[in-house]
Design a protein around this ligand. Structure first.
Ligand code: S3P
Length: 169
């Protein structure tokens, strides 16, 4: 897969998308597009502020708009928000951009990674493995349908995950 133009990382909150994108930059020279960060920058607001003041639908539309702008990228890794692949139109846009890689992790692993942050409105106040497991189960069919490859990340370092991505085919 070394020749593939771009890599699109999808997966649940805390699956490791941002960490792996940063490692693909540091180790393999990919440019990084962090969708959440770019939307925050454009809106001049944090994700919780966007959800609270403009609503989730507004945020979802901003994701779709941003994805349609990324078609001309090259040697870039796109780190999507956890909800980006839930919209069919977004999946179609991702497929045009590059290879779509689903990073997965067990609910307990996800919980340990998201526990101390407060920037995810959809799980704020629900930080327990049961809630995460049920939201994950609800989303998994769409994640799997969107993915060209699935990489379980539990127990792997970011470097190991990068190697698996780059040797996937
Ligand atoms: C969301 C995931 C978040 C962010 C927003 C909604 C989701 O991104 O886009 O809070 O619906 O799963 P991360 O997966 O980067 O936390």
């Amino acid at each position: 897969m070394e020749n593939t133009r771009n890599i699109v990382l999808i997966g649940f909150m805390g699956a490791g998308k941002s960490t792996v994108a940063a490692a693909l930059h540091d180790i393999h020279g990919y440019e990084v597009v962090e969708m959440d960060a770019l939307i925050e920058e454009r809106e001049g607001m944090s994700i919780p502020e966007i959800f609270a003041q403009k609503g989730e639908a507004y945020f979802r539309d901003a994701e779709t708009k941003l994805l349609t702008e990324l078609q001309t990228r090259d040697h870039t890794v796109i780190s999507c928000g956890g909800g980006t692949p839930l919209r069919q139109q977004n999946v179609a846009e991702m497929k045009k951009i590059g290879v779509v890689i689903l990073l997965t992790a067990e609910p307990e692993t996800i919980l340990s990674r998201v526990q101390d942050s407060h920037d995810r409105p959809l799980i704020e106040g629900h930080k327990d493995a049961g809630y995460i497991a049920s939201l994950l189960a609800q989303r998994m069919p769409k994640y799997e349908a969107a993915a060209d490859f699935v990489i379980p990340t539990d127990g792997l370092s970011a470097e190991e995950i990068c190697s698996r991505i780059l040797s996937a085919e």
